[in-house]
Write a protein that binds this ligand. Structure first.
Ligand SMILES: [Zn+2]
Length: 278
């Protein structure tokens, strides 16, 4: 067996060991399902099944994001969402963003991989560029949820490279109290604009390459628009974006009035307090 064979065997063993350690830990410390509270694992089997059901059909989500379509309705950046931000998907994602349970990373990473596949099918090779976590959020949590999810995506799709080239350039513009909620479309966009850049010396990693931006939740689209702007400046060809969950379901897209179904989702949303880098 040659060297790389040894290396991949070693990685696989390490991976198995990590999984086994997690299972042992679950045996030693009772863990509650983050969705239903059943004393089982971080995600019990029925809730895990629901996460899969909620992410079975990735959909185009940019029409629900005001920053990603112009006033004439022209799409500025196509986005594929793995599912709608609701029910078990919202609960699992929220808990994962707070605590980073490896079992949730596995489930959610698989869902994200399905969406990445839908977004990159037939487009040729592309690199995945994660939206950076703010320093404040990273310090608070000790990890970056999107990067952790992407590690799981790479396991399912090793042919796509992950280029971690974006960084926040401002002073945490998204971290103001109250977040972006009370701002109108223009206010949100201008607050985020200029807050990201491609790291110095890493421009060559993306210049001339097809890039797909990856984030966890899509709300207004201002964050993705800013990431696309920064990548364009570095010479990247941004073909689209992928998110794990979009706050608006595809059927309410584009229409000003929310359907009763969509209003129900807004309630869930209030309850679960989603948020960009809370
Ligand atoms: Zn459960």
């Amino acid at each position: 067996m040659h060297r790389s064979g040894h290396r991949s065997t070693l990685l696989r063993l390490l991976d198995q060991a990590a999984g086994a350690a997690g299972d042992l830990l679950a045996l030693a410390v009772p863990v509650d399902c983050v969705c239903c509270g059943a004393e089982d694992r971080a995600l019990c089997i029925p809730c895990g099944r629901n996460v899969r059901r909620l992410t079975r059909q990735p959909f185009r989500a940019e029409q629900g994001a005001p920053a990603l379509v112009d006033v004439g309705g022209r799409v500025l950046l196509p986005v594929v969402a793995a599912g709608v931000y609701r029910e078990e998907l919202a609960q699992a994602l929220l808990s994962f963003k707070r605590h980073g349970q490896h079992q949730l990373a596995d489930s959610l990473g698989r869902a994200l991989a399905v969406a990445v596949r839908a977004a990159t099918d037939g487009t040729g090779p592309a690199c995945l560029v994660p939206v950076p976590t703010s320093n404040a959020a990273f310090l608070k949590r000790g990890f970056s949820p999107v990067h952790l999810l992407l590690r799981n995506v790479s396991r399912h799709m090793p042919i796509l490279s992950v280029e971690n080239v974006l960084e926040k350039s401002g002073t945490g513009l998204l971290q103001l109290p109250g977040g972006q909620k009370g701002l109108d479309r223009g206010g949100r966009a201008s607050r985020v604009r200029g807050s990201m850049r491609v790291r110095r010396r890493l421009h060559s990693r993306v210049a001339g390459r097809r890039c797909v931006i990856v984030d966890d939740v899509l709300t207004t689209g201002a964050t993705l628009a800013e990431a696309a702007r920064a990548l364009h400046l570095a010479g990247a060809v941004v073909t689209g974006a992928v998110v794990l969950a979009a706050t608006r379901p595809p059927d309410s897209a584009g229409s000003g009035a929310a359907s009763p179904q969509a209003r129900g989702d807004e309630h869930d949303l209030e309850k679960n307090k989603p948020g960009k880098d809370e």
